[in-house]
Design a protein around this ligand. Sequence first.
Ligand code: ADP
Ligand code: MG
Length: 622
Amino acid sequence: MTDTLRRPIRELPDELISQIAAGEVVERPASVVRELVDNALDAGARQITVRLAAGGVRAILVEDDGGGIAAAELPLALRRHATSKIDTLQDLEQVGTMGFRGEALAAIGSIAELSITSRTPDDGHALRIDARTGEISPAARAVGTTVEVRELFFATPARRKFLKTDATELAHCLEAVRRHALARPAVGFAVWHEGRLVEQWRPTTLEQRLRDVLGLDFMAASREVLAQVGPLVVRGRVGLPEAARARADLQYAYVNGRHVRDRLVAHGVRSAYEDVLHGSRQPSYVLFIDITPERVDVNVHPTKIEVRFRDSREVHQAVRRAVEGALALSRTADAALPPDGGTALARPPGQPPAQATGAVEARPLAAAAGHRWPVQTTLGLPEAPHLQAREPLPNWRPGMLADATGRAAPAPVDTATEATLPTGDWPLGRAIAQLQGVYILAENRHGLVIVDMHAAHERIVYERLKASLGTHRDERDIDSQPLLVAVTFQATPTEVAIAETHAGALRQLGLDVAPLSPGVLAVRSVPAALRGGDAAALARSVLAELGETGGSAVVQRAHDEILATMACHGAVRANRRLTLDEMNALLRDMETTERADLCNHGRPTWRQLGMKELDQLFLRGR
Ligand code: ADP
Ligand code: MG
């Protein structure tokens, strides 16, 4: 038997309790930023300045102009379960502040060097308290509070090891401030890193704050949500389906002004996009849900990022209705879109959602109908949902096309004789039509060929990218082509940070993306295989991908994934009208591309419907 079994039960020392609690509250510098900004907002701050060193690992200073902490309470602020925000159990149900567990400062103080300098309007000067020694000394500052956190995790090196690069930690800190900034437009925010101002949002209206924080692109490709459903009010903006993203990186949900990452809310939003969004695409949204405090418990989670609703169905429905309402209105407003562009989009306005109970009705508060919004078309329309599930036709098998291309390459298409062109010996035949903006129909010797044009093109571009990489095996650089005119786009601080840190990796990928001015990135060159595509969208996806994979060492697997992302961007989108020439060119490209009969996700890119199957369809005896 081991010693541990015979040890007597003891109460843990306070310090250790705090360190354990800290593990739940503080995962990384951004968690500290979040808690300190919470406190500043609760203190009524109008201006909050965050100063960081080494991504926040070396230092985090949060200065506010709030009400300050009275001298007598300074030591209390650092104690566990000490809070000024509740004193009765009833308060616990009603509390409207950002959090009142009373453990943030104690927890942070146990894993970092912490000091608080504060001054209330009644004080002649400020006082500073050192968390470790408890020593209080006079200090100089205006009314408000500065909390200073240094050397995070100095006492727990195991946790320090989990931290990422400074750039990544900085990006997380900025994201933490951004989340607050979106919800509190009347408060000014500034973030400094290593003495440089990296982000600044001045006090303004909600509309303007959303624009400042999320950028013009998001505003142009999103719709206003403003609805009351039962006891809930849902406000904010939701992105159009065609502006959906590859990652869930632009999804902000707030309950009573507090940022939450709640699966119920996320699912409610997602279900509103059900029939308008391809399964792998992520909608963008900023939603503020206001609900009477009795109907939600926001203090169930140490970092208060999860909440518990009294009636989860009510919340799910309200969110879905509100978002559906906004998307439906946008369809009316966009009625001028060509009909083929609208096939995959929302159910007609007015038609009730499938599970409507009749008891709850989404009432848009804003008269948004008839309002024209700028529509962004460069992002391409969503792929039709039916692309996802297809049963293989009996006579299709992987590798079939590759076998067929063993033969001599066919002559190029002569456009003049196109109309009367024989089906020839081309394995994939001659294009005859495009179906619903999704499929190319072609006629070959055996009958009908159906090609998923996006999937096929994606594979071709991918193989081309890989091939161009192959010619520079040593440097592993993709052939790059400078753009005549640089393409600029509004970038988040995270994107800027990634572009700066991974400039080398980007170059290897054939991309030149660099900051042009604060919040703006410029794309100056793109991979030659992808010229003519949407350079900004391409850069965005690659930056997102690099942010996830780290990108430092270009690991082969990560590299292939990035190439696949790039290929997806270079490929023609569903709903792009192609000419017969373009379709034939694609078919010929497929025939000479390795592995062209499977798309990058392993789905077939084409199918053959032989005359026999066609005859069977029509019960036609041959
Ligand atoms: P909680 O916020 O849950 O009450 P904290 O440990 O975060 O717990 O803070 C403890 C107390 O310190 C708060 O209740 C508040 O009274 C005081 N406090 C912390 N930060 C500030 C600040 N920036 N301005 C004024 N008071 C503050
Ligand atoms: Mg707090």
